[in-house]
Design a protein around this ligand. Structure first.
Ligand code: CMC
Length: 390
């Protein structure tokens, strides 16, 4: 291929060095800063995981308290942002609003845009982690025509998000701790995943020196697609389309004929079970038990589909296993979160990963603008032809 290595889809190209997350795809292992994801999902919580991803170490008691106070202090958004929402159609997709509103944060928080200044970078990171749940919940409330709920800062990160999603001004709202824990787990499992498409997008956008809010908006845009963060939403749509267990066989045949893909299956890096999927599967059963939904027809359909696919030659040969999104969609649905919010919640969770990668890149003195090359396959030089001769 001449001067350049031709590697579409980056199947064999490392785009950077990183100390944040390690995936062993063949073994089905995932580590944040060296800690196995299973241990974090069981013993840590999302906010502590954020600290770990950002700073590289688990916080001690004092650091944890200070971090929590700081994040809590930034949860409100400027009141003008609430009015910014009014420009959207009321039936706008929440992801469409997320991309716009998060990008617009750069217009509101101009005192944290100087990326050469570590203090500005830190405040921008805190603001993003704090405000993303507030904005995500606002997207939902706006889409159903409900008033926005203020953040409640004595609640945990995930409980506060549930509060902003589901509380009403006229009633007391107590988030169910089992469901809060399940949401927190979803956030931990989605917090980072090294150089996936959206994280690479954030790095590439950031490599030009663009401000962090704009870079995160770019990441959200990339995450939106069904091959990436849109997969959990696509899983639920697929289950709706299949409708009944008796249609599974016909559906699988369509997958084999390559008419469509089995959503929530397969992964670029994991060619073995996605460790996040095993944890999510367990959480899925916990939540359904708590809510008395064990006999829910959609869940039964999902479990049957999973079993059939795991035993089918087509999927076995290609090493296609369920990924995290196969189960997270079902859990989110059970938590009462509408399907259109699924990718928004993924974006919420991944913000810390994106911003940690962005900061790692910006802090590197060797950092250069990302500028891939290409193999040109178009026309050779030719002369302009006037309109009358075409
Ligand atoms: N259903 C059916 N066949 C599949 C699937 C699937 N979900 N995924 C891959 N294949 C087949 C594909 O057709 C190809 O077969 P063949 O060798 O006969 O041409 C082979 O497996 C390899 O596929 P590929 O497209 O080269 O693999 P990739 O590494 O480029 O794709 C993927 C990875 C995640 C985009 C893909 O597996 C997929 O589209 N999955 C469904 C969407 C999904 O669940 N995405 C969530 C990923 S996890 C969360 C996240 O990271 O956002």
């Amino acid at each position: 291929t001449g001067m350049f290595t031709f590697d579409p889809g980056f199947l064999a190209t490392a785009s950077c060095e990183s100390k944040i997350t390690f995936i062993d795809g063949d073994a089905g292992q995932l580590y944040y800063r060296g800690y196995p994801i299973e241990q974090l999902a069981e013993k840590s919580d999302y906010l502590e995981t954020c600290y770990l991803l950002m700073y590289g170490e688990l916080p001690n008691t004092e650091q944890r308290k200070e971090f929590e106070t700081t994040i809590t202090r930034h949860t409100m958004v400027h009141d003008q942002i609430t009015r910014f929402f009014n420009g959207f159609r009321r039936d706008a997709h929440p992801m469409a609003m997320m991309v716009g509103v998060v990008g617009a944060l750069s217009a509101f928080y101009q005192d944290s845009l100087d990326i050469a200044n570590p203090e500005h970078r830190k405040v921008a990171m805190y603001r993003l982690i704090s405000k993303i749940p507030t904005i995500a919940a606002m997207c939902f409330r706006y889409s159903i025509g409900a008033p926005f709920m203020y953040p409640k800062n004595n609640l945990s990160y995930s409980a506060n998000f549930m509060h902003m999603m589901f509380a009403t001004p006229c009633e007391d709202y107590e988030p169910n701790p089992i469901l809060v824990r399940a949401l927190d787990r979803i956030l931990i499992l989605h917090a980072d995943h090294e150089q996936n498409a959206s994280t690479s997008t954030v790095r590439l956008a950031g490599s030009s020196g663009a401000n962090p809010f704009a870079c995160i908006a770019a990441g959200i845009a990339c995450l939106w697609g069904p091959a990436h963060g849109g997969a959990n939403e696509a899983v639920l749509k697929m289950l709706d389309e299949i409708g009944d267990e008796s249609n599974i066989e016909e559906f699988i045949q369509g997958v084999k004929d390559k008419r469509y893909r089995l959503m929530g299956f397969g992964h670029r890096v994991y060619k073995n079970l996605d460790p996040r999927a095993s944890i999510m599967r367990e959480t899925c059963y916990e939540v359904l038990k708590e809510l008395g939904l064990e006999n829910d027809p959609k869940l039964k359909l999902a479990m049957r589909l999973e079993k059939i696919a795991l035993e089918d030659q087509y999927f076995v040969e290609r090493k296609l296993y369920p990924n995290v999104d196969f189960y997270s969609g079902i859990v989110l649905k059970a938590l009462g979160i509408p399907v259109s919010m699924f990718t928004v919640i993924f974006a919420l969770a991944r913000t810390v990963g994106w911003i940690s990668h962005w900061n790692e890149m910006i802090s590197d003195p060797q950092q250069k603008i990302g500028r891939p090359r290409q193999l040109y396959t178009g026309e050779q030089r030719r002369d302009y032809v006037g309109m009358d001769q075409r």
